[in-house]
Design a protein around this ligand. Structure first.
Ligand code: SAH
Length: 255
């Protein structure tokens, strides 16, 4: 199913190479192909290859990168899987709802042509910082008393949900936008805006870096919820640049 080629699985800081291989297999049986590894501890690796079995091609074409931002730079939709809620409530979808949402965004609204699914490290899962790069947190609704799946099994459940939803529509004429078309702003441009916004509010002394509280996280939540278009990010960048262009001393003198 060609549409699934636009969805990448991103495994972050994976410790056990067997999980990378098992995740590759889990993806391939459901028709997903694009695997991105952020700082894998052991890769390439014989155990990974053994666990991948017939999915050696997924490992052979896997991309290895050294930062999450690099893994998702061109994605307009980023979903982070996590079994438990975090300090700041993040918008949540169940695995089934996430598959429906992705289908809607990619094929019906056509606002997304590249999407990423993030999976955390085995010991502690996704960090808050990683989760705060996501539009939604995806939760597999498991046993509340023991809800943490093995990494590759979590990849299997999510890939399965996606396949069921995308298969149900396989006969329709819906097509994903080509990469060059005008979709929502990609992660890289939203992230660069977020960095400059932070710089601005530090300079305006709205944010105290020594005591940041949750301000940046709250702002992130607003701007990710807004699903910005590229031209909208440009407007916001323009505003921030105009503020940053004013000499902070001059601003103080004006007050
Ligand atoms: N011990 C970690 C869980 C790590 S499991 C914790 O407490 O957070 C490894 C990864 O599998 C997680 O980072 C997540 O990506 C995925 N995962 C495991 N269980 C999940 C669930 N119930 N819902 C969604 N993702 C899950």
């Amino acid at each position: 199913m060609k549409q699934l080629e636009h969805i990448r699985v991103v495994l972050i800081d994976t410790t056990h190479p067997g999980n990378i291989g098992a995740a590759a297999r889990a993806m391939k049986v459901m028709g997903l192909h694009r695997l991105v590894l952020v700082r894998p501890r052991h890769f390439p690796n014989a155990t990974a290859s053994a666990m991948a079995s017939g999915a050696a091609d997924i490992l052979a074409t896997a991309e290895v990168v050294d930062s999450l931002d690099a893994a998702i730079a061109d994605c307009q939709l980023v979903l982070g899987t996590s079994a438990r809620p975090r300090s700041l409530d993040w918008p949540m979808l169940t695995s089934h709802q996430a598959a429906l949402y992705m289908h809607q965004a990619m094929l019906a609204d056509r606002s997304v042509n590249q999407a990423a699914l993030l999976f955390g490290t085995e010991s502690v899962g996704l960090s808050n910082e990683q989760l705060q790069r996501c539009h939604y947190r995806i939760e597999i609704p498991a046993n509340p008393d023991y809800s943490s799946l093995n990494l590759s099994q979590a990849v299997q459940v999510i890939s399965y949900e996606l396949r069921q939803v995308f298969l149900a529509e396989a006969g329709s004429a819906l097509q994903i936008l080509p990469d060059t078309a005008d979709a929502l702003a990609g992660h890289q441009s939203v992230e660069s805006f977020m960095q400059r916004l932070q710089q601005m509010i530090v300079q305006l002394e709205i944010l105290n870096p020594a005591q940041p509280k949750m301000l940046m996280q709250r702002l992130r939540r607003i701007f990710l919820r807004a699903k910005l278009e590229a031209s909208e990010v440009n407007i916001l960048q323009g505003i921030v640049s105009a503020v940053l262009a004013v000499d902070p001393n001059e601003r103080r003198n004006d007050q």
